[in-house]
Design a protein around this ligand. Structure first.
Ligand SMILES: [Zn+2]
Length: 211
C-alpha cells in the first residue's frame, strides 16, 4: 500500500479520481470522512503529563474533510473497522467480568491468593491482547499521517489510486500549460485557495474565458 498527499483544494472541490482508495477498482461511491490528526509526540506528552498533554493535543488537533472514492465492497471501510473495535471491546468487558466472577466464586481457602493472582494475570493478558488487536486492526485502515492547513497525507492507499491521481494532475497541468490564461507561475491550480472551478469539470466557464 502507498501514501498519498491531497491538497485541500482537491478535497474541497472533489477532484479525486474515481478509483477505490482501498482496492484500486472503479469507485462508484464517495464516502465523506472527516479525518483528524495531531502530532504523534503529543501521545508521549499525554502519558508524562496528562493535563498538559491534553491541552497541547487539542491545540494542535487538525481536521480535513475528504470525499473518499470507494467501490461498493469497500464503502463501509471505516464503519467495519469501527464496529470490529467496538465488538472486541464488548468481548473484552464480558471476559473481564467472567474472570472477576470466577475469582469471586473460587478464591477461598488456602489457594485464595494463587487464584486471585491467576485471575488478575489472565485479565491483564486479555487487555494487552485486545490492545494488540486494535493496533493490527488500525494498521490496515486508511488514515492520515499528517494534516496541515493546505494538505492531508493518507496512508494505506492502493497504488492504483495514487497513479490515477498523478495522471489527473499531469493532464490538468498539461491543459493549463497549453492555455494562455494569466496566472502566477508558481501556483498549480489544485493548490489555489480560491473557489474557481477546475478546467476539467467546466470547460466553458468564465475561468477559461480569461484567456
Ligand atoms: Zn474497493
Amino acid at each position: 500500500m502507498a501514501k498519498v498527499t491531497l491538497t485541500e483544494y482537491e478535497c474541497r472541490k472533489n477532484l479525486l479520481p474515481d478509483v477505490c482508495m482501498e482496492c484500486g477498482e472503479p469507485a462508484g461511491d464517495r464516502v465523506r470522512r472527516k479525518f483528524s490528526w495531531y502530532p504523534p509526540w503529543t501521545t508521549a506528552l499525554r502519558y508524562m503529563c496528562p493535563p498538559v498533554g491534553a491541552i497541547v493535543r487539542l491545540t494542535l488537533l487538525k481536521f480535513m474533510d475528504v470525499r473518499a472514492p470507494m467501490c461498493e465492497d469497500h464503502k463501509k471501510h471505516w464503519l467495519k473497522i469501527g464496529l470490529r473495535a467496538l465488538i472486541s471491546f464488548g468481548i473484552l468487558i464480558i471476559f473481564e467480568l467472567v474472570c472477576f466472577g470466577l475469582i469471586s466464586a473460587f478464591a477461598h481457602g488456602e489457594h485464595e491468593g494463587e487464584i486471585i493472582g491467576l485471575g488478575c494475570g489472565v485479565g491483564v493478558f486479555a487487555f494487552i491482547a485486545w490492545r494488540i488487536f486494535l493496533v493490527v486492526l488500525r494498521s490496515r485502515m486508511i488514515k492520515p499521517t499528517e494534516i496541515t492547513l493546505g494538505n492531508i497525507t493518507l496512508t494505506n492507499i492502493h497504488p492504483d489510486f495514487v497513479q490515477a491521481l498523478e495522471e489527473d494532475r499531469a493532464a490538468d497541468e498539461e491543459y493549463h500549460n497549453r492555455s494562455k490564461r494569466k496566472r502566477s507561475p508558481s501556483k498549480n491550480f489544485r493548490d489555489r485557495d480560491d473557489d474557481r472551478p477546475p478546467p476539467k469539470k467546466k470547460k466553458n466557464d468564465s475561468w477559461h474565458d480569461d484567456e
